[in-house]
Design a protein around this ligand. Structure first.
Ligand code: PDD
Length: 280
């Protein structure tokens, strides 16, 4: 099979030949940010929203955006395949320094890496998943999409070790988000998701769902969700660009709702699929 082509610092090259320095700040410190942008049949989904979030993440960690929006789009284009559903993975680190020092190095250009992968069908999308609640051990920069993901990794793995597919994180008694997803719950017939803050990533899928709920007369609100409210919700979903809307049918070993994909999930999933098709 022909090797996959990736983009690194201005060049397109085979994945095997894409190499960065061991002194790269991303490798040494996790000093960088990333984006994940889905593309359906070669068309990038909500590109402006993703590039806006990229700009926000870069500003928070104080890395200058190396490219304009049109330059980013031009970089992504050759990696996309019109016959597939894929996602762009884009990572920018503070670059390779001369020595390991926590303070920012001077005169170093950021490392820019982009690859495109197929969106693998996620089995749980059609069946629902089991999830567990865990104490959110993360920091106050969760609104930046940083590559510093060790806490998220440990949360996801703990969920898997407990027989689940996602961790729903709880801080001070309230839901923040999933290890790699945002969280929605249907409470007294209303679709609820936690408000944006520095405790969650402002998910693009989350925004799309709220927008589509508003347009389709589905009652929704942004609001804090206490753990006991989550536990008695009739539906729980976790959402992300690569898995879309995934229903949680079991939480901490207890059945959610009637233990199957709920009616609001069905409605919203149909609306989202129709919306995606309308764009391609
Ligand atoms: N993660 N919250 C966290 C912590 C995430 O990692 C993600 C997505 C989301 C959902 O954001 P969006 O709807 O924009 O994908 C929320 C991506 C997919 C990842 O890390 O691979």
């Amino acid at each position: 099979m022909a090797s996959k082509t990736v983009y690194l610092n201005g060049h397109y090259l085979p994945l095997e030949e894409a190499k960065v320095s061991v002194l790269d700040r991303g490798f040494l410190f996790g000093d960088g940010i990333y984006e994940v942008i889905p593309a359906y049949h070669g068309k990038l989904f909500r590109l402006d929203d993703h590039l806006q979030r990229l700009e926000n993440s870069l500003a928070i960690v104080r890395i200058t955006n190396p490219h304009s929006r049109s330059e980013w789009q031009a970089i992504f284009a050759p990696l996309l395949d019109a016959d597939k559903n894929q996602y762009i993975y884009l990572q920018i680190t503070r670059g390779p320094a001369e020595k390991r020092d926590h303070a920012f190095p001077e005169g170093v250009a950021p490392t820019v890496f982009v690859m495109c992968s197929d969106i693998a069908p996620f089995a749980g999308a059609q069946t629902g998943i089991k999830a567990v609640t865990l104490d959110d051990s993360r920091w106050k920069l969760c609104h930046a999409k940083t590559i510093t993901l060790l806490a998220n990794i440990l949360h996801r793995q703990e969920a898997i070790d407990q027989g689940g597919a996602e961790a729903i994180l709880i801080k001070d008694g309230y839901v923040t988000e999933g290890a790699a997803s945002n969280v929605f719950a249907v409470i007294n017939g209303v679709l609820v998701t936690p408000p944006k803050s520095n405790g969650i990533l402002p998910g693009i899928t989350r925004d799309v769902i709220l927008e589509l709920a508003g347009k389709n007369n589905i009652a929704w609100r942004e609001g804090l969700i206490a753990l006991d409210e989550l536990k008695s919700a009739s539906e729980i979903w976790v959402t992300s660009s690569t898995r879309e809307i995934v229903a949680v049918i079991e939480l901490d070993g207890a059945v959610v709702g009637n233990g199957t994909l709920g009616p609001v999930w069905h409605t919203m999933n149909d609306i989202l699929q129709a919306y995606k098709e309308s764009l391609t």
